[in-house]
Design a protein around this ligand. Structure first.
Ligand SMILES: Nc1ncnc2c1ncn2[C@@H]1O[C@H](COP(=O)(O)OP(=O)(O)O)[C@@H](O)[C@H]1O
Ligand SMILES: [Mg+2]
Length: 249
């Protein structure tokens, strides 16, 4: 049987009381999977994963992490519980060196373990090793995302949750980010990924959900979701195939 690392049930969450943005979303991430959340702008994708990470108040539903109810856990405890969240922006300290960024992130490890774990991150991300003394703010966009991901991975999370890691990057760095996520999954890390770049995300994902107006509207195997006419209409802004067959644009 599949082992759910993250089990989100009927979640309702929002920034103001009585104004839910996430309106009954349910998603499951099994051990070892990459699960992708797609959806139009403003669908509530960021709000959903922020609520999972404890950053947006939850008014209904549950978040189970490795079977443990973490619905009410404060954001700063989530990393200790095994959930590492990489926000879309402001995910590194730009004035601090690469090395200091990693040291801060590794601060919850046992003191004796931290240096070896930082070396492991350098082995995994050689670009970071080469630039360990550079300020994080001087890295390229792609390398900065690498550092943000390394900061999240350093604590051996049960699940890595990322908000649009490819946003704003040039095409070369976009492919680098997706290759990096693929490699991380191969190393055994479970990933929940929100992306706008649907095609590339579905190419590396196992399963995907389409979120519309705060609710999961569609779920499927990532490799077949791209060709699904329902998804094309809901998310990709394409007309349904039968209408398109008529020819008139
Ligand atoms: N900090 C906030 N305070 C109030 N409303 C917000 C905040 N962040 C996002 N929203 C609102 O929540 C809705 C969903 O936004 P978001 O979760 O960012 O969607 P997505 O990531 O899918 O584009 C939008 O209507 C947005 O205006
Ligand atoms: Mg967003």
């Amino acid at each position: 049987m599949n082992e759910a690392v993250l089990d989100v049930r009927d979640l309702e969450a929002g920034y103001e009381p009585g104004v839910p943005i996430v309106r009954g979303a349910s998603i499951i991430v099994n051990k070892g999977e990459i699960v992708v959340v797609l959806g139009p702008n403003g669908a509530g994708k960021s709000s959903l994963i922020k609520a999972i990470a404890g950053l947006v108040p939850i008014s209904r539903g549950k978040v189970l992490l490795d079977g443990k109810d973490v619905t009410a856990a404060p954001a700063h405890t989530m990393v200790h519980l095994g959930l590492a969240f990489v926000p879309q922006t402001e995910n590194v300290f730009p004035l601090m060196s690469v090395e200091d960024n990693l040291k801060v992130a590794g601060g919850i490890l046992e003191r004796r373990q931290a240096p070896a774990r930082i070396e492991e991150m350098y082995a995994m991300f050689p670009d970071l090793a080469r630039q360990k003394r550079s300020a994080a703010g001087n890295l390229s966009g792609g390398q900065r995302q690498m550092l943000a991901v390394a900061r999240a991975l350093i604590v051996h999370p049960k699940v890595l949750v990322l908000d649009e890691p490819s946003a704003g990057l040039s095409p070369k760095f976009v492919s680098m980010v997706f290759e990096m996520l693929s490699a991380i999954r191969k190393s055994g890390v479970t990933i929940l990924l929100v992306e706008q770049n649907a095609k590339a995300a579905l190419a590396i994902g196992d399963r995907a959900y389409v979120l519309v107006e705060g609710k999961d509207r569609h779920e499927g195997v990532a490799s077949t979701l791209w060709d699904d006419p329902v998804v094309a209409e809901l998310y990709l802004g394409q007309r349904p195939l039968k209408r398109e067959a008529g020819g008139a644009a």
